[in-house]
Each structure stands twice: as C-alpha cells, then as structure tokens.
Design a protein around this ligand. Structure first.
Ligand SMILES: Cc1ncc(COP(=O)(O)O)c(C=O)c1O
Length: 489
C-alpha cells in the first residue's frame, strides 16, 4: 500500500524538520549568542542542516531530575530522556563520584592482547548475572551502533567459522533503527539513513514491522497478523535461500520507528521460523534494556530468546558512552575456535570497555537495583500509559501504544479509519514544537509523538507532562482546523 494521505500507512517524515520557534530565530540575530555560535560552527545529527543555519536551535544548559533548563532560564520536562538514554535522570551524584574515582585511579586501560582491568570485569560479570537469557561472554563498545556493527561482524565470523561463509545476509524490520555505522545503518529501515548515502549495503533485507494498527489487513486480529508476518519472513528466507541468511536483528519494541509494540505472540512465531532455517536472532535492546518496559530487559517483556543481545544508552544512564554485546555459549564457542585458527579475534576498539565508562555503568546498575527502578516503572506505568490513553478522547489521537515508560501517540487525519495526515503537512513535528513551547521536550516520528521519560519520573511529573502535551495537542488541533486539514466527521 502506498504511504501517505488517503492511506492508513503513515509515511516517515524527517525526524527534525527544522521547525523552530520565533525566539530561536531572534536569538540568532545576536552574533555572539550561543545560538548564533552554534549555527556558525556545528553540524547537527538528524537535523535539516540548511534550516538550522537560518533558525538555530535550543541550547540546553543544565539538568535536574527529569527537568532541563535552556540558556534563557526556561524549564522543560525532558520527556525523551535525551535520546531515549538518560534513564536515571540528571543529578545522579553516585555516577559522578564513580567517574571521578575511576579517573583518578586508572583513567584508561584497554582489553587487547590479554590485558584487562577491574571495572570491565565487574561490569561484564554483572551483565551476565542479570542477562534475560543465558549468556556466555560480553563484548564492549562505545555506542549502540558499534554494538550492532560488532554483532553483524560476529554473525559473519560465526558462519565463516562454521564453513558457511555465504550465510551472511541480515534481515531487520522496515522502520527499525539500529544505528548509524555503515552496517547498522544498512540494517536500519529508516529512509533517512539510506537516502543519498547509497545504503543499504547489499545483503541487508527488511520485512514489515509488527505494527498492527498500521499494517494489519482489514479484519485481521493481532494473532493472525503475527502469523502472516512470520509467513512473510519464512517466504523471504526461502526466496533468498536459507543458506545465505545469517541473522535477524530486532528491537523487542521498536523505538525510533514510532514506538511499535509487537503482538504478544509475534516473537514466538518469528523464532520458530529462524530456528527452522538455522538463523541467529540478535535482540537490539539499546532502548529497551534496564527497566524501560517494566522488566530489566525487553527480551523478557516480549518473550524472545536471542543468541546475542546489544544494550547501551541506559547502561550508563548516558552519563558516559558505552555499549555491551552479550553472546551466548553457542556463538562464543565458535568464535573462540575461529580466533585460534586466525590467530586473534580481529575486532577491536581503543575504548572497548573504557574503565571510566565501565565504572559508571556498574554504578548505574547498582542504582537500578538499590532504587528498585523496575518496581517503580511498574508502579508508574498505569499513570503514564493510562494518562496517555485518556487522550484517545482527543479528535487528533488515533492510537496510544507502549509498555512501561515508553509510549507513542499517533495523530491521525481520521480517527474512525486511522487514515494518516498528508506527511507534507508535518502535523507531528508541529505538535512536538508546541509541546516544546509548553515546556516539554518530545519527539515527532512522522505523526507519532514519542515519550520516553527518565525512569525516575514521579506521578506528579507524569501528570504535568501529559497536561502540557494536551495543550500541545489542542494547539495542533486549532492549527489543522484553521488549515482545513481535519477530516469532516
Ligand atoms: C534501538 C537502537 N539501536 C541502536 C541505536 C544506536 O545507538 P547509538 O546512537 O548509541 O549508536 C539506537 C539509537 O537511538 C537505537 O534506538
């Protein structure tokens, strides 16, 4: 079905259209303002670079709990934990102390050539202890992208070692986001990661995302939808040749694709297909790990049995860059034998397991336990998701979906049919801009507004967040009515 107006399928729109408030433009007229200096010096990720030159950006100065303050003193609820990462909020002194202590003692050492250090050992042991399925060893990198890139490399190494070097195709979901290195951008299913970059590389394939509201056939329930997608995967693998397909990468709940929660039996059905064709499953838990979905791992919430699991972001609560890739015994045994044959395991990053990042991540894992973060998320979930679901009474809100403290609210042209707005109208980005004007930072993914607040958020702050968002929705409704863009009802 073609994307866009007149279809139920919401097209992607640019994650940041460059729509910014007039204040920002005003601030650019002062050449020494941080906004003007920013526009004159920085290239911004996921930003319209041209518009940014003219309009500038929002410069944040400090954070406290779930709040951030910009350089003009305006306060915002950070409704996205930055980029889905600042799980423990601002002001976690224990993390600051852990970093300072480790920096004084051993600010750097590496893990190559049989060297090691205590922070990496402590963190690896703890991750293996809390892993949602039995895992054997941990590989560290600096970002989610590098974690997924490493996992792709290990997939290729693994099948090479097993005497099947042609078994290297990787399947992921359309609209998935797995990162921005060349391999992880290739496995991502976002148009903006591929367009004009000549990506994806050959051998990266994409299947329909498990989003019932958008992709189900008329009258198809969740169970039948999940079965159809599993059949689609099976057919793709057979068409490609199972001997050429090495792995399937999946987020337990898709984040940047629009917060997509698969049907409950989806992964069981997918797993059966992968097992049938002897294909590895990699869980990308870069967003979903460490309490976000109401369990320590999204793998538990969505019932997967991955061979490898990638986590990052909440691992250090974003206080320092670090990611971890856990591999099970099946994978480790093969790659360890292969490294013996080759001479060394040829994957290496200078900062793999950086001691300061590792010490901070280990302390973050202590805080998750000491503060009972998973219990807190479960206690907050009804207020958060329940509060957002009340917005279904709003003329613009078609679907509210989520788990734990992760949610998406999809704005639609016609609630009765779920018909999407014309993406050119940029309704979602307008709504996110209005939310920012009302003092809450959210993100528009097409016309889905995503929510991923710090896990330490309390009930009053959730109520405040939702109230401010409702004001943004009302402003958006007024705008679409004025433009005559709302379906007659
Ligand atoms: C599910 C998922 N995987 C991987 C990544 C890439 O992580 P990073 O930006 O740390 O490279 C992201 C980033 O948002 C993500 O959401």
């Amino acid at each position: 079905m073609p994307a866009g107006f007149g279809s139920r399928l919401a097209a992607d729109s640019s994650p940041n259209t460059g729509r910014v408030s007039e204040n920002m433009t005003d601030n650019l007229s002062h050449p020494n303002s941080p906004e003007a200096r920013d526009s004159a010096s920085l290239i911004h990720p996921l930003t319209n670079l041209k518009t940014h030159l003219e309009k500038g950006g929002l410069v944040i100065e400090e954070g406290d709990g779930v709040w951030v303050t910009d350089i003009h003193g305006k306060k915002y609820i950070e409704g996205m934990s930055g980029l889905w990462c600042l799980s423990l909020g601002y002001g976690q002194e224990r993390l600051v102390e852990a970093a300072a202590k480790q920096m004084r003692r051993l600010p750097y050492y590496h893990l190559t050539n049989h060297k090691s250090h205590q922070p990496a050992i402590d963190l690896a042991e703890k991750l293996l202890e809390i892993a949602p399925v039995p895992m054997s060893k941990v590989w560290f990198a600096n970002s989610g992208s590098e974690g997924n890139d490493s996992a792709a490399r290990i997939v290729w190494y693994y099948w090479h070692a097993k005497g099947q070097p042609e078994k290297r195709k990787i399947i992921a979901h359309q609209r998935a986001y797995h990162g921005n290195t060349i391999a992880s951008a290739s496995m991502s299913g976002m148009y903006y990661n591929h367009a004009s970059f000549g990506l994806p590389l050959d051998g990266f394939l994409h299947v329909t995302p498990p989003h019932h509201y958008r992709y189900a056939n008329p009258g198809e329930d969740e169970e039948a939808f999940a079965s159809r997608l599993a059949d689609e995967l099976d057919a793709l693998i057979i068409a490609e040749g199972p001997e050429t397909v090495g792995a399937f990468f999946a987020e337990p709940i898709m984040g940047s694709g629009g917060v997509i929660v698969p049907p409950p039996t989806y992964f069981k059905k997918i797993q059966a297909v992968l097992d049938k064709h002897d294909i590895l499953l990699i869980a990308d838990e870069v967003i979903t790990a460490f309490g976000r979905t109401g369990n320590m791992f999204g793998t538990t919430t969505m019932d997967l049995t991955p061979d490898m699991l990638v986590c990052a972001k909440g691992l250090s609560s974003a206080y320092l860059p670090i990611s971890a890739l856990m591999v099970n015994a099946r994978v480790f045994e093969v790659i360890s034998e292969e490294s013996d044959r080759v001479g060394v395991f040829g994957l290496s990053f200078t900062y793999s397991g950086h001691p300061v990042s590792a010490a901070v991540a280990r302390e973050a894992l202590r805080i998750y336990e000491d503060e009972n973060i998973v219990e807190h998320v479960r206690a907050m979930e009804p207020h958060f998701l329940g509060g957002l679901k009340k917005l279904l009474d709003h003329p613009l809100v078609g679907e509210v979906r989520g788990k734990g403290l992760l949610a998406g609210v999809e704005l639609v042209h016609d609630k009765s049919t779920g018909e999407a707005f014309d993406p050119a109208y940029q309704v979602g980005p307008y709504c996110a801009d209005r939310a920012e004007a009302h003092g809450v930072i959210l993100r528009a993914i097409g016309d889905t507004i995503s929510f991923c607040p710090p896990l330490v958020i309390d009930k009053q702050e959730i109520e405040e967040l939702i109230l401010r968002f409702r004001h943004a929705l009302d402003d958006t409704l007024a705008m679409v009515q004025e433009q005559g863009w709302l379906s007659a009802r």
